[in-house]
Design a protein around this ligand. Structure first.
Ligand SMILES: O=C(O)CCC(=O)C(=O)O
Ligand SMILES: [Fe+2]
Length: 351
């Protein structure tokens, strides 16, 4: 098994495979069965918790049942849709549309932003770290947004014209929402409101990933995005407004996440699971492909500040509920090695 990427093992872009009429499916993409079952099994629709953000921020813990809904969403699913978040729908539409337009540009134009070997950021396909790694049916553009001085603007598309400013505005607004969510999450566990924020830090790392799934001629043989949980504190996902594809694992069974075009999907990441000492679970999810329609999603990964020690919050450890996780620093580094082998990185920090 080889670790690290080289020019030699770089596969073709998924979009090129999709647009090649006589093309065959390269072996590396074939995946009919995962540790979670066959990819063709039929999957029911999820009754996803919906949280009204305006009620959450206006209410106090004792008086409002929005907190109870949040608590139940966090402990049972680790995921919920956020409505009344205050972000204009037109901004969300433009964010998605910019992503779609970028992927429609000629290959030569997109390649200006190509990801370098062994780098995460930029335009391209999955990083290939292992010979036996199964490839996913998605191309992406991956950008570091925060802290601002870490931005690598050479990877930020200049076309479509508003790509940069829309992403900047969207993430600026999300930063505030995510901090409010982290406070509310602490309150649902009877903790001081800054308990999660203290570990999250004042200079969180924020990445944006635009996932583009072209129509796939072999939907029964290929995964859109392999099963994983996010290595974040929280992920906010904007799904395609028409084409479904996201599925979540609940009690060992897959369920489909419904579309609500202007809701934000908040996902607990592994690091909030650790901080919460397992009270909140970071859900395993995947994306499936569609034989007729393309799909786009924009994931914003909110990760604690570099160097922060992440561990279970003291008040959540007692005789009845012992400490379940080690303390971890720079989780990102172990995350990708596990992820690309289809393993759960959080296993590495469990006690
Ligand atoms: O495309 C989707 O709906 C899922 C994206 C996702 O899970 C991710 O980017 O981590
Ligand atoms: Fe994810």
């Amino acid at each position: 098994m080889s670790e690290g990427e080289s020019e030699l093992n770089r596969p073709r872009l998924v979009q090129e495979l999709a647009e090649d009429p006589g093309g065959e499916l390269p072996e590396q993409f074939v995946c009919t069965e995962t540790p979670y079952g066959l990819i063709t099994a039929s999957v029911p629709l999820m009754d996803i918790p919906v949280i009204d953000f305006s009620l959450l921020s206006a209410s106090s813990v004792t008086t409002d049942d929005e907190f109870e809904k949040l608590q139940s969403a966090l402990t049972s699913w680790g995921c919920f849709q956020v409505i009344n978040h205050g972000i204009e729908f037109s901004l969300l539409d433009e964010l998605r549309e910019n992503g779609r337009e970028f992927f429609k540009l000629p290959m030569k134009e997109k390649q200006k932003y190509a990801r370098a070997v062994n780098e995460i950021e930029g335009y391209g396909h999955d990083m290939v770290l292992y010979e036996n790694q199964t490839l996913d049916w998605t191309d992406r553009i991956y950008l570091s947004v925060n802290p601002e001085d870490n931005r690598k603007l050479q990877y930020w598309p200049e076309n479509p014209k508003t790509f940069r400013e829309v992403l900047e505005e969207y993430t600026r607004r999300l930063k505030v929402i995510v901090e409010a969510l982290l406070k509310a999450m602490a309150k649902t566990l009877d903790l001081a409101e800054n308990s999660f924020l203290n570990q999250y830090g004042e200079r969180p790392i924020i990445y944006a990933r635009y996932n583009y799934y072209p129509p796939c001629p072999w939907p029964d043989l290929v995964q859109g995005l392999k099963p994983h949980a996010d290595g974040t504190a929280i992920t906010i996902l904007l799904q395609d407004e028409e084409v479904e594809g996201l599925q979540l694992l609940k009690d060992d069974k897959w369920v489909r996440v419904p579309i609500r075009p202007h809701a934000l999907l908040a996902n607990v990441g592994d690091l909030v699971e650790v901080m919460s000492n397992g009270n909140f679970k970071s859900p395993v999810h995947r994306a499936v492909t569609n034989s007729e329609k393309e799909r786009i999603s924009v994931a914003i990964f909110c990760i604690p500040e570099v160097g922060k020690e992440i561990g279970p919050i003291d008040e959540l450890i007692d005789d009845k509920r012992p400490r379940l996780y080690k303390t971890v620093k720079n989780y990102n580094e172990i995350y990708f090695k596990y992820y690309q082998q289809g393993k759960r990185p959080i296993e590495a920090v469990k006690l």
